[in-house]
Design a protein around this ligand. Structure first.
Ligand code: ATP
Ligand code: MG
Length: 253
């Protein structure tokens, strides 16, 4: 689905000439969950945002289903943008407090103008049901909801355009463990229901192991290792991957 070659960000160059994302090459298969791990500042969010062209890369090539993402413009780019969405870490900061839930969830359709003939209420209600919220929530405001419910609203918003690819950037790290586990299971269920492909960015090895088919490991802007979840968690090749696993007591069994 995604094929990325020699991807680099234009910022973050340090004394050693390493950018926030430096010459990353990567493939993401349709239908899979690729987990992306690495310490804070290693470039995970920058990589995720560059894939969606929320940050323009400095160089490299991105092919999404045969389309050259970095050269796309006009209607081509608009279609690609509908196909790719992001779920953010912070369910408190990422929803506009002055908008009703209905306005929030429907906004991507309003922006992209892809009405399908049904009413706004109908389209918004459908994704609310998919994320396990009652349609009556549409008339309320974000502050009336708990963190877990707000994250569901963020997911409904990401789903409303029926994307095929979603970057989930630490979607549960701001939540309590049990609430986070429910969101992780929801993402898993939605993946089957909507045939989604995920890039799942996380600090938590146990969550990534549970959710991901393959795991990519980033260190200081570079991809140091990619492998199946089984390979990475049981036979890591790179010293940095071993360090990450050693820092997670639950992973030593
Ligand atoms: N807009 C920007 N301009 C300049 N430098 C940036 C910008 N955004 C991020 N950086 C730098 O790029 C590097 C990678 O940041 P990034 O947020 O991608 O890391 P991360 O792996 O997502 O970290 P975390 O786990 O803390 O979310 C950091 O050194 C950061 O300071
Ligand atoms: Mg980040």
């Amino acid at each position: 689905m995604f094929h990325v070659e020699d991807f680099s960000s234009h910022f973050g160059k340090n004394a050693a000439g390493i950018r926030a994302v430096n010459d990353v090459s990567l493939t993401i298969e349709a239908g899979e969950t690729l987990g992306l791990v690495g310490e804070s500042g290693s470039g995970k969010s920058t990589l995720g945002r560059m894939l969606l062209r929320l940050i323009e890369p400095d160089s490299g090539k991105v092919i999404f289903d045969g389309h050259d993402v970095l050269r796309a413009s006009g209607s081509d780019l608009r279609r690609l943008r509908r196909d790719m969405q992001i779920i953010f870490q912070d369910p408190f900061g990422s929803l506009d407090p002055r908008m009703t839930v209905e306005q929030i969830v429907y906004e991507p359709i309003a922006i992209h103008g892809s009405e399908d003939g049904r009413s706004r209420r109908e389209q918004a209600s459908e994704v609310m049901r998919a994320v396990g919220l009652d349609a009556s929530a549409l008339r309320r405001y974000p502050h009336e909801f708990s963190g877990g419910q707000r994250q569901r609203i963020g997911i409904a918003r990401a789903l409303v355009l029926r994307p095929r690819f979603i970057v989930a950037d630490e979607p549960v790290s701001a939540l309590d463990v049990s609430v986070g586990a429910q969101i992780v299971n929801l993402l898993k269920q939605l993946q089957r229901e909507f045939q989604l492909t995920y890039l799942f960015i996380s600090h938590s090895m146990p969550i990534v192991r549970y959710l991901a088919d393959r795991i990519a490991v980033m260190q200081r802007g570079e991809l140091v290792e990619v492998g199946t979840t089984q390979q990475i968690t049981t036979a890591p090749q790179h010293p940095y991957t071993r360090t990450l696993l050693a820092a997670t007591p639950e992973m030593q069994e």
